[in-house]
Design a protein around this ligand. Sequence first.
Ligand code: PRT
Ligand code: ZN
Length: 217
Amino acid sequence: MSNNGNLKLAIQKSGRLSENSLQLLKNCNLDIEKFNDRLVVSIRNFKLDLLFLRDDDIPEYVQDGVAELGIVGQDVLYETKADVKVVKKLGFGRCSLRIAIPENDDLRDIEDLNGKRIATSFPNILRDFLKQNKIDAKIVNISGSVEAAPSLGIADYICDLVSTGNTLKLNKLKSSISVLESEAVLIKNKNLKNHSDKYQIFLKLLSRIESVLNANN
Ligand code: PRT
Ligand code: ZN
C-alpha cells in the first residue's frame, strides 16, 4: 500500500453500510475518485485514503493500524472484541441484535432461556450476554441464514440482527429480548499519536463529520 502520509479510513466495500458511509464522506466535501473494484482509493482534496473491506475485517485492521480509522456496526465491533477507540456514533445502520423465538412459543422472562439451544453468528456477544444474566444455554454457532435454524431443528431460538422484522416473520419467528442496540460507529486506532500529522488530519475530518451530523439533526 502506498505510504503517502495520508490518513487511512476503512469502510465496508459492499453491503448495508457502504452507501451511507460514502454519503457521509461526500457530505464532508470529500472528492472521492472513481473506485470500481479497487481496494484503496485516494481523496482528491484531503489527505485521506479509503480502504474498501469486508465489514468483519475492519475492527482488526484498525486495531492493528493498517487503517487509522474505520466505520463499522457496533455488532461487528463487539463481536470481534477488537481493541479500538469508539470516536462517534454515526446515526445510520441502526438495527437490534435480538433473541427471536418461534411464533407459537412464549418467553415470559429471560430465565426461560435456560437449557435452550440458541443459533447465532454472534457467539461472543451472546456468550457475554448469557453470562451477565446467569443463563445456561447452548450457543449454536452458524455463519449465515440463522433464521432457518429453528425450522431445521438445529436450535430452539436464534439471536440475530433485526431491522424491519420481515425476515423473522417470513420464517415464522417473532422478536423477543434485545441483546444489543447497534448503529454504525467511527472507530480509531489507539496508538495514533496526539501530535502527529495524521492526528491533525483526523481532527479535521472529525470536525467535518460532526458538522454533517449536527446539520442532520
Ligand atoms: O460482505 P460483508 O461481510 O462486508 O457484509 P455482511 O453481509 O456481513 O454485512 P451487511 O452488509 O449485511 O451488514 C452490515 C451491518 O449493517 C451490520 O453489521 C449491522 O450493523 C447493519 N445492519 C443494519 C444490518 C441490518 N440492519 C440487517 N437488517 N445487518 C444485517 N441485517 C440482516 C439481518 O442479519 C437479517 O438477516 O437483515 C435481516 C433482517 O432484516 P429485516 O429488515 O428483515 O428485519
Ligand atoms: Zn460481514
